[in-house]
Design a protein around this ligand. Sequence first.
Ligand SMILES: NC(=O)c1ccc[n+]([C@@H]2O[C@H](COP(=O)([O-])OP(=O)(O)OC[C@H]3O[C@@H](n4cnc5c(N)ncnc54)[C@H](OP(=O)(O)O)[C@@H]3O)[C@@H](O)[C@H]2O)c1
Length: 330
Amino acid sequence: MSYSPAATRYDSAQFYRRCGRSGIRLPLISLGLWHNFGAKDSYENARAIACRAFDLGITHFDLANNYGPPDGSAEETFGKILREDLGQWRDEMIITTKAGYYMWPGPYGEWGSRKNLLASLDQSLKRMGLPYVDIFYSHRPDPDTPLEETMGALAHAVRCGKALYVGLSNYKPEETARAAKILRELGTPCLIHQPRYSMLDRWVEPQLLATLAQENIGAVVFSPLAKGLLTDRYFKGVPADSRASRDTRFLRPDHITDEVLAKTKKLNDLAQSRGQTLAQLALTWVLRHPTVTSALIGASRVSQVDDCVGATRNLNLTGEELAQIEKILA
Ligand SMILES: NC(=O)c1ccc[n+]([C@@H]2O[C@H](COP(=O)([O-])OP(=O)(O)OC[C@H]3O[C@@H](n4cnc5c(N)ncnc54)[C@H](OP(=O)(O)O)[C@@H]3O)[C@@H](O)[C@H]2O)c1
């Protein structure tokens, strides 16, 4: 059946937050296509997740050249979804891609050279069937390429119309400040930074968030559910259809330790006392920072998208609840 988006999708104005000091507002919950959109995954399920997200007001879809598996196949899947269903609403969407991780053999298939970034962007556009992406990211800093060259490639992508904005991912605070300065001088200010952040991984707290606030850059934080650990997914073992069972590249059963479960079960009790699921509490918690523009989730089924968006119904965390969370995480 042909898709037609829900008329209610923009009913909640509070669902959007301004990204740094820019004209762009992003949904509090964004959808990432790292998992569950590869060639081996069910196309119908991927399509249903993307369409449901759009129905709920999620306008931001995050991709990278290497999402799959195999590499590139998530962009192909998304290209098909755009062609068959969502493409008519392209101007309502922020679509991103990234380059920097390994994509093809030889000296130009990864890292931060101008050669890699611009060739990779062309490949991504072709796979998605798009003339431009909204945000093009340097996926990781390259210790061996001058930052001026990597930032120059991002700025070039904007100047030649293949990207509207540029972003950084996985850059440390000092690298971020240097990159932001170069991008400003090139006339293409950095819109956004994409770091990992969750209750179980707080590396952004000591400095990065302050640097972003200082530089007027927004943050879209990835893996806010710690790839599924900050949900009720693993409370009764490792389900056969879970990430830790289906795709063990980044989350393995041995990551689900007794220590993690002890903490997440206590967090789950707290979530329930607030009328939330654990996933919802984990999202509420990262969104407590005004610098965090959006929480970038993954989903293996439509019901997870519904649940995650439900977090935004109660974003108020009391001082007492925050203290309880600190105690549990200590
Ligand atoms: N820039 C980077 O270097 C980088 C790196 C990693 C990710 N990312 C981006 O961040 C996105 C999100 O990463 P992620 O998938 O690791 O995020 P995540 O939101 O921490 O984990 C997603 C997983 O959590 C489970 N889940 C989601 N909602 C749930 C709910 N309501 N209840 C129970 N379980 C739920 C699902 O696991 P099951 O599959 O087991 O059901 C889902 O696959 C990626 O798609 C990508 O766009 C960027």
